[in-house]
Design a binder for this molecule. Structure first.
Ligand code: NAD
Length: 720
């Protein structure tokens, strides 16, 4: 037996075989080609053992049963032909089918995460027992990679749990817990984790005796009994829901639905064969490749410590201080409380402090099932937050985040005062959106312990955090800020100090161009529509109203001042702010907001204002409008790379996906540019050159295009 063996075959009791998965080289059990080969060998042995009561499959990894197929092998296989894809998928599925044909019952004893290929292996077993703990979950997340299960999952799952349940699981891609799995018949029983194996041994013996599993094998090999009316109803409701969710930009869920509707009326064997054919249509498509890229971006981010020097260890953060209990401060406090990190909080206005604390506790105590905060949760979290009036009270915090108003002198003065109360090791961070971290650090005694930790609004929903490294910030401070953000469940990227940091710097050209298009005669509907057709969750005009036009104007001035060669302060924005049209917060911006609704209506008063800023109307088609919006963003990204504002091009893509909702099905801004091709991007810019510097190809883009290389080639170049 080789040292790298993942699956061990044992006989804990003379009549029961046990396959235990435990990959010694990885934190999770992954179904790689070599692991599947091990399973093949074990099944060769087990198929001969007609004397056994049954087989149990379990994992020895805490919290993980099987985390899925090996996605890196998938990518390596990206160049497979359709026939090769079908052959590879068929090999995996016929292997799993052997579990359902053993001369005795098979039971998956699931403790921990069981997803993707792992869930497929589990559904090919005769029975599934699940541990009664919150970590134990089962699901088919393949649609998140632009695929659906390809090892028989779409054929087998509906036959076990019913077509409606299987459609929901497979097209939605969300995992379910043990109790939900039990309620839908996916789990035979839910048992305490420490009794999982013994319960599984009893179950195989009971099944062997009753022969029930043989009746189910027979039943699950046939078409699903459903009337044409039931099928049509399910098809219509599910497809309407999927189309509303995916907006036609993610093909996999609809393809999975159509496949399952069709194959529900076939034998399981025929359904499996249709599955591989349909799977091969999705595998390797641009959306599949883009979503795989997003998977790798996220995976890399999880492992990235934020600094290259691995010898530096982040400081443990056991208590957090928050200064400013407004929108951001209370959101940051809630994020800490949710992870049971004690928070000390203050605000210069007592009423703001009381309100901020109440909001933070209520947010943390929110219970999904109760649809509101519960008394039990309030009692759990409220004691973790401490309101203070005196800055000396922050001396016991390991990390303090300042989230007071965006005003440089105020922030500087406050930081200096606070620092005098703090021990040397305390880290001080600002949540500033656009003030230079270097300038904020100028008056500090310990600038090495100061950085930016830029959360996005609303903190609860936005996964991105920018950790801003000032010119004197130490590696230890950066590593600690990164580890802290991860402990809150966020995805931090490290950005060098500079105007707009990363996300706002890249967002600005896009937002700026929106106003150019508007004054050039394009309608609000056409501009928002162009961005949404490209895949953005919200159009930029609507976004202006959500963010607030005064905030946009202020942030814009920072950018215009920093990059006067390519940006101008748009007079329309100034005029709107002067007219008190600040967006949703003032109930009028580009739209007017009636009653309490956040849905804006067209406003003739705005049209009158706009008319004063419009030149002769130009004809701009939707595709051109989309390029006008995204090319300046891409060019700015090339400057960010050239200036080494981020450590890796992948940070740009992750930052935009998590920070502004850049479409995941395009894989990220730079990934999208690579898909188009850098030489083609240079060509696409040419018709816009007369618009000015903001459309001129940058030296980095020209260099890559000349070598016919892409942005992701810079990664390969950095790590030979
Ligand atoms: P806010 O106005 O909601 O809250 C600021 C709070 O700070 C107020 O309650 C105010 O009373 C308090 N305050 C002001 N001066 C103080 C002082 N000297 N000491 C203690 N408390 C003081 O503002 P916000 O939206 O939460 O923004 C806070 C910071 O976060 C700003 O730097 C802002 O740029 C940044 N930010 C905001 C957003 C956003 O979308 N709102 C997003 C990212 C970052």
């Amino acid at each position: 037996m080789s040292l790298n063996t993942t699956i061990k075959l044992s006989y804990p009791e003379p009549d029961v075989a046990l396959l235990t998965l435990d990959d010694p080289a990885k934190g999770a059990n992954i179904l790689s080609r070599s692991v599947l080969e091990e399973l093949t060998t074990h099944l060769d042995t087990l198929e001969q053992r007609t004397d056994l009561a049954g087989l149990v499959i379990c994992s020895a990894k805490p919290g993980i049963f099987i985390a899925g197929a090996d996605i890196r092998e998938f990518v390596a296989a990206g160049g497979l032909t359709k026939a090769e894809t079908i052959a590879v998928a068929t090999r995996g599925r016929t292997l799993f089918q052997r579990l359902a044909r053993l001369p005795f019952p098979s039971v998956a004893a699931i403790g921990g995460i069981c997803v993707g290929g792992g869930a497929e292996l589990a559904v090919w077993c005769d029975r599934r027992l699940m541990a009664d703990d919150p970590k134990t979950q089962i699901g088919f997340p393949e649609v998140k990679l632009g695929l659906f299960p390809g090892w028989g999952g779409t054929a087998r799952a509906p036959r076990i749990v019913g077509l409606g349940n299987a459609v929901e699981m497979i097209t939605g891609g969300e995992s379910i817990d043990s109790r939900t799995a039990f309620a839908m018949g996916l789990a035979t029983d839910v048992v305490p984790s420490d009794r999982l194996l013994l319960a599984a041994f009893s179950l195989v013996r009971a099944e062997r005796k009753s022969g029930d599993y043989l009746r189910d094998r027979e039943r699950w090999s046939k078409p699903i009994a459903m009337s044409a009316t039931e099928l049509a109803f399910l098809g219509a409701t599910a497809s309407a829901y999927i189309q509303q969710q995916t907006k036609g930009q993610y093909p996999a869920p609809l393809a999975a639905l159509n496949l399952m509707l069709e194959t529900s009326q076939l034998s399981a064997e025929a359904a499996c064969q249709r599955e591989v054919e349909a799977f091969s249509e999705l595998f390797g498509t641009p959306v599949n490749r883009a979503l795989l890229n997003v998977f790798f971006l996220t995976d890399r981010n999880k492992k990235d410590a934020g600094i290259d020097n691995r010898a530096i260890v982040p400081r443990p953060i056991k208590s957090v201080g928050v200064v400013g209990a407004g929108i951001m401060g209370s959101g940051i406090a809630a994020a800490c409380l949710r992870r049971e990190l004690p928070v000390t909080i203050t605000d210069s206005r007592p009423e703001s402090l009381a309100l901020g604390v109440r909001k933070a506790v209520e947010e943390t105590a929110f219970d999904k099932a109760a649809r509101g905060p519960t008394a039990e949760r309030i009692l759990k979290f409220a004691p973790l937050i401490r309101e203070v009036a005196n800055e000396a009270e922050f001396a016991r915090c390991d990390l303090i985040i300042e989230a007071i108003v965006e005003n440089e002198p105020l922030k500087r003065e406050f930081h200096m005062r606070l620092e005098s109360h703090l021990p040397e090791i305390t880290i001080l961070a600002s949540n500033t959106s656009c003030i230079s971290i270097g300038r904020l650090a100028e008056g500090l005694q310990r600038p090495e312990r100061f950085c930016g930790i830029h959360f996005f609004n609303p903190v609860r929903r936005m996964p991105l955090v920018e950790v801003i490294r000032g010119p004197r910030t130490s590696d230890e401070t950066v590593a600690t800020a990164v580890a802290f953000a991860k402990a809150l469940g966020k995805s931090p990227i490290v950005v060098e100090d500079g105007p707009g940091f990363l996300v706002n710097r890249l967002l600005f050209p896009y937002m700026n161009e929106t106003l150019e298009l508007l004054t050039a005669g394009l309608s609000i509907k056409a501009i928002d529509g162009a961005a949404k057709s490209f895949g953005m969750p919200m159009g930029p005009i609507t976004l202006y109203d959500v963010v607030g036009l005064d905030t946009a104007l202020f942030a814009g001035r920072v950018m215009v001042e920093a990059f006067p060669d390519r940006f101008l302060s748009p007079p329309l924005l100034d005029a709107m702010v002067q007219a008190g049209r600040l967006g949703q917060k003032s109930r009028a911006g580009f739209f007017v907001y009636r009653d309490k609704s956040d849905r804006g209506d067209p406003d003739p008063a705005f049209d009158a204002l706009l008319a004063q800023h419009r030149g002769p109307p130009q004809k701009i088609d939707p595709e051109t409008a989309a390029l006008r919006l995204f090319l300046p963003m891409l060019l700015e990204a090339t400057r960010v790379l050239a200036e080494k504002k981020v450590r890796d091009p992948r940070d740009v893509d992750l930052g935009l996906i998590f920070g502004i909702g850049f479409p995941a099905f395009k894989g990220g801004l730079l990934f999208w540019a690579d898909t188009v091709g850098t030489p083609k991007i240079v060509e696409m810019l040419k018709p816009f050159e007369s618009l000015g510097e903001r459309y001129h190809a940058t030296p980095l883009l020209l260099e890559l295009a000349a070598d016919r290389r892409g942005f992701y080639d810079l990664i390969k170049q950095a790590k030979p």
